[in-house]
Design a protein around this ligand. Structure first.
Ligand code: NAP
Ligand code: COA
Length: 271
């Protein structure tokens, strides 16, 4: 994969899976931009991207819940690096909580970050997408397809993200813009995995649900994004690509029940 001369923007690209994606594009010679809330994380990532091989790397801080800040930030990235060849939208928040026990604001917080954040990124980036040729990759989650107890907020948000993917593939396809989602399975060592499987026993149960029998690695997801961002995927749009070791075929299984059991035992059996 050679992305020399290409501009790749990764929103929420400063830790975990998304940072792995940004580093993979940097190693392939792209110009990189990342954005998230924490200046420290942005600075650390920009330095790492330059080391990894990015021809240029810039970083900005904004919260994806603020549409004006997102639009302004994306305009700044465009001024610095030109039109976007690849846009990865992956900022997200998650915590396990039963619906009856979380506040309305808790539910809304995840909708605001994952779903509305995606809307803000799509709309803010639209004027700056290379046409024809841009590739948008929305980072989704197994919760988009599979119900997990304690994850109704994430299930609703990520299902919405994938429907945005499918709809924009129609609306923007006529301009030569491709739009796809990538669904990582549970990825080792990441914040998202730690929040849902906080103990070695829980990790074992999550792993038992994966037909390939192992956690995914950040590189597994990054490789799929390199492919979708490249000309090799030039006729692929509107697809939701699972990178999950066939987890989807097994279903939410033990892990889905385990999150609910864990939360019920903490709340004394309510709901
Ligand atoms: P992570 O390390 O917590 O990464 C989240 C990124 O988003 C960070 O860069 C974070 O940086 C940024 N972010 C969070 N809230 C933001 C906000 N309001 N505005 C702007 N940036 C924000 O998480 P991860 O586990 O690697 O997950 C990354 C993506 O993969 C997410 O979309 C997640 O849903 C998806 N996913 C993860 C797994 C998994 O196993 N981990 C499985 C399936 C799907 P700041 O803190 O600086 O804002
Ligand atoms: N259980 C139930 N409710 C929770 C919760 C939990 N574990 N964590 C937060 N909430 C609730 C809060 O109580 C608050 O609701 P309230 O106003 O009714 O009390 C609401 O969610 C917002 O919490 P707050 O801490 O103000 O949100 P924030 O905007 O500072 O942070 C989060 C957003 C909560 C999603 C935070 O965990 C975060 O920033 N996550 C990013 C990293 C991440 O989640 N990575 C994994 C990605 S898969």
């Amino acid at each position: 994969m050679n992305f020399a001369g290409k501009t790749v923007v990764v929103i929420g690209g400063t830790s975990g899976i998304n940072r792995g994606i940004a580093e993979a594009f940097a190693s392939a010679g792209a110009k990189l931009a990342v954005a998230s809330r924490s200046q420290d994380k942005v600075d650390d990532t920009v330095a790492a991207l330059k080391t990894a091989g990015a021809t240029e790397a810039v970083g900005l801080t904004f919260d994806v819940r603020d549409p004006d800040a997102v639009a302004d930030g994306l305009a700044q990235i465009n001024a610095a690096l030109g039109e976007f060849d690849v846009l990865v939208s992956g900022a997200a928040g998650n915590f396990p909580a039963l619906t009856a026990e979380m506040s309305v604001n808790a539910f809304k917080t995840v909708i605001d970050i994952d779903l509305m954040g995606t809307v803000h990124v799509m709309k803010g980036a639209y004027p700056f997408l290379k046409r024809p040729g841009a590739s948008i990759i929305n980072i989704s989650a197994p919760q988009s397809w599979l119900p997990y107890e304690g994850q109704a907020h994430v299930c609703a948000a990520k299902a919405g993200v994938d429907q945005i993917t499918r709809t924009l593939a129609l609306e923007w396809g006529v301009e030569g813009i491709r739009v796809n989602s990538v669904v990582p399975g549970f990825i080792e060592g990441t914040e998202g995995a730690k929040r849902l499987a906080p103990s070695p026993d829980a990790e074992k149960k999550f792993k038992a649900d994966v037909p390939l029998g192992r956690w995914g690695q950040p590189e597994d997801v990054a490789n799929a994004c390199l492919f979708l961002g490249s000309d090799m995927a030039s006729y692929i749009s509107g697809t939701v690509l699972s990178v999950d070791g066939a987890l989807y075929q097994r279903g939410s299984g033990q892990a889905g029940r385990m999150i609910g059991q864990m939360l019920r035992s903490m709340s004394g059996g309510k709901s």
